[in-house]
Design a protein around this ligand. Structure first.
Ligand code: NAG
Ligand code: NAG
Length: 323
C-alpha cells in the first residue's frame, strides 16, 4: 500500500492516506472519507450536471426523447431550477428527471453488457481522478473505461445487486458521492449474507476490490446531510485557484452555475462510478450478428421493458413521476 501523499495532480486531491479506512475481514473494501481539496467537490458536481450529460454521452432521457430535446439539459433546466421554490410541487425540469448517464463503454441496462460498438471517449478529467485514486489504493495500472453516473433524490433507492458486467474483476470499482447522504449496505458474496450498513456523505469515495469486488450491495435510502444544512458545508468551499491547472479541463466555476447546482443538490445525491471493463490484452467476446441485432432492437424499441428493468434495479420514484 502506498503511504505517500498523492502529489501529482494535486488539483484533485492532496493526500487521503489519513482518511483511508480498511474493513478487516471484508477483503478489498476501502472507504475514503472526503479527501477533496476545498472547492473540488463543486467542480465534480458541475461536471455531472452541466458537462457529462451532453452528447455523445448517453442518459436515461435518450430512451424516450429525441436527440434535439436532450442536447443541453443544463441550459434547458437552469432557469426553471433557479426559480424553484423549496417545498412546492412544481413540474420537474429535465435535469431533475435525469437518472443516469453513461460514459466510455456505455452500459446497456437491457442486456447488462458493454459492447465495443457502443463506446465514446471517456472524460479525461474523470479518468485522471480515478486513476490517481486507484493508484493510491495499490492499483497502478487501472484504466477508467466505463462510467455510470447515478442521480438520486430523497425518494430514490438502489436495489441489491452485484456489478459483474465488467470482464476484469481484478480491477476495483470506484464510487464517488456528492450532495446529500446515503445509507449504503455492503453484503457478501451471497445474496443472503448479512449486510454491513454505513453512511456515505458528500465527498466520500468507496472502493470495492479483491473479494469485495463481487459483493452484493444496495443503497436503500437517501438521507439529508447530518449537518442539517441545505447542502453539506464541504460543498460550500470555493476552489483554490492555482496556475498549474491550465493543462486540465478545469473551468472556472462561476457563481451562477453554482447557484443552480446548489438548488439541485438540496434534494439530491450524485454517485459517479468508474470501472475498467477489459483486461490489458483482452478483447470483447465475439457476439454473433443475430444476437447483436436482438440487443440493439431491445435497446432502441423496447422502452417499456427498459423502463421496467430500470425500475426493478433502481426503484427510483413512483410511476406518476416517471419521466
Ligand atoms: C497566478 O497567475 C496570476 C496572473 O497570471 C499571478 O498574478 C499570480 O501571482 C499567480 N499565482 C501563483 C500562485 O503563482
Ligand atoms: C453507485 O452507483 C453504482 C452504479 O449504479 C452502484 O453499483 C454503486 O453501488 C453505487 N455506489 C454508491 C456508493 O452509491
Amino acid at each position: 500500500m502506498q503511504k505517500e501523499a498523492v502529489r501529482q495532480r494535486a488539483w484533485l486531491i492532496l493526500s487521503f492516506y489519513p482518511t483511508l479506512h480498511y474493513f478487516p475481514g471484508v477483503g478489498g473494501f476501502m472507504f475514503i472519507s472526503d479527501p477533496f481539496l476545498p472547492g473540488w467537490q463543486r467542480y465534480w458536481v458541475k461536471q455531472c450536471l452541466k458537462i457529462y450529460p451532453r452528447k455523445p454521452n448517453v442518459c436515461n432521457l435518450d430512451l424516450h426523447m429525441s436527440r434535439e430535446e436532450t442536447t443541453d439539459l443544463w441550459e434547458q433546466s437552469r432557469e426553471q431550477l433557479r426559480l424553484k421554490a423549496p417545498g412546492k410541487r412544481e413540474a420537474k425540469s429535465l435535469l431533475e428527471k435525469l437518472r443516469w448517464v453513461t460514459l466510455g463503454y456505455h452500459y446497456n441496462w437491457e442486456t447488462k453488457k458493454y459492447s465495443p460498438d457502443h463506446h465514446t471517449t471517456f472524460p479525461t478529467d474523470l479518468a485522471h481522478l480515478s486513476e490517481q485514486v486507484a493508484a493510491a489504493c495499490g492499483f497502478q495500472q487501472f484504466k477508467a473505461e466505463a462510467g455510470i453516473l447515478n442521480y438520486y433524490h430523497f425518494d430514490s433507492s438502489l436495489g441489491i445487486h452485484v456489478d459483474e458486467s465488467e470482464m476484469d474483476y481484478s480491477k476495483p470499482l470506484l464510487s464517488f458521492s456528492f450532495g446529500q447522504s446515503a445509507v449504503f449496505l455492503l453484503g457478501g458474496l451471497k445474496r443472503q449474507d448479512p449486510p454491513l450498513p454505513m453512511f456515505i456523505h458528500s465527498g466520500d469515495i468507496v472502493i470495492m476490490s479483491d473479494r469485495s469486488r463481487l459483493f452484493y450491495h444496495a443503497v436503500p435510502r437517501i438521507v439529508p446531510n447530518l449537518e442539517g444544512r441545505a447542502v453539506p458545508s464541504c460543498l460550500e468551499n470555493t476552489p483554490i485557484r492555482d496556475n498549474c491547472s491550465a493543462d486540465t479541463s478545469y473551468q472556472q466555476s462561476d457563481e451562477d452555475d453554482w447557484e443552480i447546482c446548489m438548488k439541485y443538490l438540496q434534494s439530491s445525491r450524485i454517485n459517479m462510478t468508474v470501472r475498467q471493463v477489459v483486461r490489458v490484452g483482452q478483447s470483447f467476446p465475439v457476439v454473433l450478428d443475430i444476437e447483436k441485432m436482438a440487443d440493439s432492437q431491445l435497446y432502441s424499441y423496447h422502452q417499456d421493458a427498459t423502463e421496467d428493468h430500470e425500475h426493478k434495479r433502481q426503484k427510483l420514484e413512483t410511476p406518476a413521476e416517471s419521466p
